[in-house]
Design a protein around this ligand. Structure first.
Ligand code: ADP
Length: 500
């Protein structure tokens, strides 16, 4: 319920209560006055009649007095007038309506006035309450007597009922009029401005700070409106400042990226110069020997062999650089990861054998995922080659494949979900903790010149991230290293499972 309505209801209730109480007091007072008037009227009539009766008894006898009483009774409607006797042994029609016990004061010459309830002590029912008055008179023969006046109080009840009804009606009408007025004024002075204030607050909440609210009032609501306007302009200013800062930050970031790109190009150039410089010199030297016929026969053959080896080294380097520089988006198909693990180990079996290292594949036989098989094989091969190179003779490089439930470590509030985990573990030299942080940086290598380019792990991570996965590494120096690739599994089975 709105504040305006609550106030209106409270006002109506208060007005109605005040009117009802004041009306009740007024009705009560008027009823009391009505009572007093009736009693006074009885007293005037009773005492006058009593005096007249006493005088008539003295002058003309009781019969004349009785006739007077009878005449007066007949002439007054609504009031019954009788001459009753309070002496014992009188006929029934002269007995008073009230029991003698209540009329003791009359015997002492006092006036008795009583309101008789609808049902009197004798159990007799009347239509309404009655006012009964007794005025003592003394006659010579009839002893102690009294003029009895009995008047029905029906007019009083009728008056009371009507007064209550009319005051109730008047109170209700005033309350309704007040209520209507309060609702209308409340809607105009409170409801309308509050609705506009709420609308403005909503606009601020939605980030619309323009168009200030014009209430043009000098009350609390007007103050609230100007505070809201002030708040909106402050928020607008902060937003502008924030946008400027964000723009500046983005520009700085772009500059940083540019600088990074330049650094990478520089590193690339120096790596190429360094890596290709030596083999080119070797190739040029041996080619010169052959061209100038300084070597012939078997010697020329071994020089040619050296040239072939050095060319192969340069080709590998160039391929790695191209892989790094010109990455193409993965061409995904549905594959069984177990097949890719097997193919990679088969591919690298000669290298492992040459170093007397065993390769082993364990884990799920059916592990479906949507990946680019060639890229994933390349990513995996980089890890296995590193593991073989780091492993001592007669040790084993183990490839594992399991379904685990994990949350992405690189995103906040990421939910845990089933994920394929490919592990490549060796028992080699391990990686010092200070190197762990930059292992995946391009051109980071600890291998002697000519053996490592520092691009393998960087390429592996890029490939896995392009597949929506992530890479982690764990190592203890002297005990070996374990690299893990995480990839999203396929929920349904492949339409036709591809092996590569
Ligand atoms: P590269 O093999 O050409 O050096 P990588 O990016 O593949 O480039 O590897 C970067 C470095 O990470 C390696 O030089 C080596 O120091 C370290 N590394 C990678 N794998 C292993 C491993 N299994 N055991 C020990 N060190 C490793």
């Amino acid at each position: 319920m709105t504040v305006g309505r609550k106030l209106s209801f409270a006002l109506v209730a208060a007005v109605f209560a005040v009117l009802a109480v004041s009306s009740w007091v007024r009705v009560h007072r008027e009823v009391a006055r009505f009572d007093a008037d009736a009693r006074r009227h009885h007293r005037v009539l009773g005492t006058t009649l009593g005096a007249a009766v006493e005088q008539l008894i003295e002058e003309e006898g009781e019969q004349a007095a009785a006739t007077l009483v009878h005449h007066i009774d007949a002439s007054r409607s609504g009031i019954s007038i009788r001459w009753v006797s309070l002496s014992p042994g009188v006929p029934r029609h002269r007995l008073p309506k009230l029991p003698r016990a209540q009329l003791a004061p009359v015997a002492r010459g006092e006036i008795v006035q009583l309101t008789q309830p609808r049902r009197d002590s004798d159990g007799e029912d009347y239509e309404d309450e009655r006012l009964v008055s007794y005025f003592p008179i003394r006659g010579p023969s009839s002893g102690l007597g009294a003029i009895e006046l009995v008047e029905s109080l029906t007019p009083k009840s009728v008056y009371t009922g009507e007064a209550i009804r009319s005051t109730l009606l008047a109170s209700l009408s005033v309350a309704v009029v007040c209520g209507l007025l309060a609702v209308l004024l409340g809607a105009y002075y409170v409801g309308r401005p509050v609705t506009r204030l709420v609308h403005k607050a909503r606009q601020i909440g939605q980030g619309q700070f323009e168009s200030p609210l014009e209430l043009e009032r000098r009350d609390e609501l007007g103050m609230l409106a100007s505070e809201l306007n002030a708040m909106a302009s402050q928020l607008a200013a902060s937003r502008r400042a924030m946008e400027d800062q964000t723009e500046a930050r983005l520009a700085a970031l772009e500059q940083l990226r540019h600088a990074e790109r330049l650094t990478t190009v520089g590193k690339l150039a120096s790596a190429v110069a360094h890596e290709i410089g030596t083999p080119i010199n070797v190739v040029a030297g041996h080619a010169n020997l052959i061209v100038r016929r300084r070597v012939e026969g078997d010697e020329a053959l071994s020089s040619a062999q050296v040239i072939v080896e050095q060319c192969a080294r340069m080709t590998k380097l160039v391929r790695n650089l191209l892989d790094y520089a010109r990455r193409r988006p993965p061409n995904r198909v549905c594959v069984n990861l177990h097949d890719i693990l097997n193919e990679t180990t088969q591919l690298l079996a000669p290298l492992a054998a040459s170093r007397e290292v065993a390769l082993e594949v364990q884990g799920e036989l059916q592990a479906l995922a949507s990946v680019d098989p060639a890229q994933l094989q390349q990513a995996l091969a980089n890890l296995v080659i590193n593991a073989i190179q780091a492993s001592p003779q007669k040790s084993t490089v183990r490839l594992t494949l399991e379904l685990v439930t994990v949350a992405r470590p690189d995103r906040d509030h990421s939910r845990e979900r089933p994920t394929w985990r490919i592990g490549v573990a060796d028992h080699g030299s391990g990686i010092p903790s200070e190197d762990l942080g930059r292992l995946f940086d391009p051109f980071f290598t600890t291998k002697p010149s000519g053996e490592g380019t520092g691009l393998g792990l960087s390429i592996t991570r890029t490939i896995v991230e392009e597949h929506g996965g992530w890479v982690s590494v764990d190592s203890t120096v002297g005990r070996g290293a374990r690299f893990e690739l995480y990839l999203t599994p396929l929920r349904e089975s492949c339409p036709s499972t591809s092996s590569s």
